[in-house]
Design a protein around this ligand. Structure first.
Ligand code: NAP
Length: 131
C-alpha cells in the first residue's frame, strides 16, 4: 500500500535503523545556511541516492538574517532569501526544497533562487555563515 518511505526529525542513528528495516527514499530535517547540524548526514544520504528535504530552509519562525548573505545577494542583484535557497541547491544534488510562504511575491522570489548560479567566492562567503 505504501510505495515510498521517508522519515523526519531523525538522527543519523535513527535513519540507519530505519534503513535496516526498509528502503528509505527521503529524510526531512531542519537545515539551512545557518543551521548545519546535518552536514555529514546529507553527504552520506547523497552517496546512497536518498533525498534530503530541509525544513525551515529559510529559517522558519526566525527568517535568516546575515550580513554575508546580504552582501552576496547585493552582488548578484538578488534577494537574500533567493540566495539562501540557491545555496541549498548548490549544497548537494540530493537536496529538494519546500520553502513555505503565504505570499505570491515571496513565492516568485523563492522560485527565482533555482535560477541563481553561485561562484566559488559566493559559496565560500556563504559557507562561513553556519560554520
Ligand atoms: N517535518 C517537520 O517536523 C517540519 C517542521 C517544520 C516545517 N516543516 C515543513 O517544512 C516546510 C518549510 O517550513 P516553513 O515554511 O515553516 O519554513 P521556511 O520555509 O524556512 O520559512 C517560512 C517563513 O519564511 C517567510 N518567507 C518565505 N519566503 C520569504 C521571502 N522570500 N522573503 C521573506 N520571508 C519569506 C514566510 O513568510 P511569508 O508567508 O510572509 O512569506 C514564513 O514566515 C513546510 O512545508 C513545513 O510544513 C516540517
Amino acid at each position: 500500500m505504501i510505495r515510498h518511505l521517508g522519515v523526519s526529525n531523525a538522527t543519523a542513528d535513527q535513519v540507519a535503523e530505519a534503513r535496516s528495516i526498509a528502503p528509505i527514499v527521503c529524510v526531512q530535517n531542519m537545515y539551512n545556511l545557518a543551521y548545519r547540524h546535518d552536514d555529514p548526514m546529507i553527504d552520506e544520504l547523497a552517496e546512497a541516492g536518498i533525498a534530503y528535504v530541509p525544513f525551515f530552509p529559510l529559517g522558519g519562525f526566525t527568517p535568516l538574517q546575515s550580513d554575508a548573505l546580504s552582501a552576496v545577494a547585493t552582488r548578484l542583484a538578488a534577494t537574500p532569501m533567493s540566495v539562501a535557497l540557491a545555496w541549498l541547491l548548490h549544497r548537494s544534488a540530493n537536496i529538494l526544497l519546500i520553502p513555505g510562504t503565504a505570499s505570491s511575491a515571496h513565492l516568485r522570489e523563492n522560485a527565482a533562487g533555482a535560477g541563481i548560479t553561485l561562484t566559488e567566492d559566493d559559496l565560500a562567503a556563504l559557507d562561513k555563515i553556519g560554520r
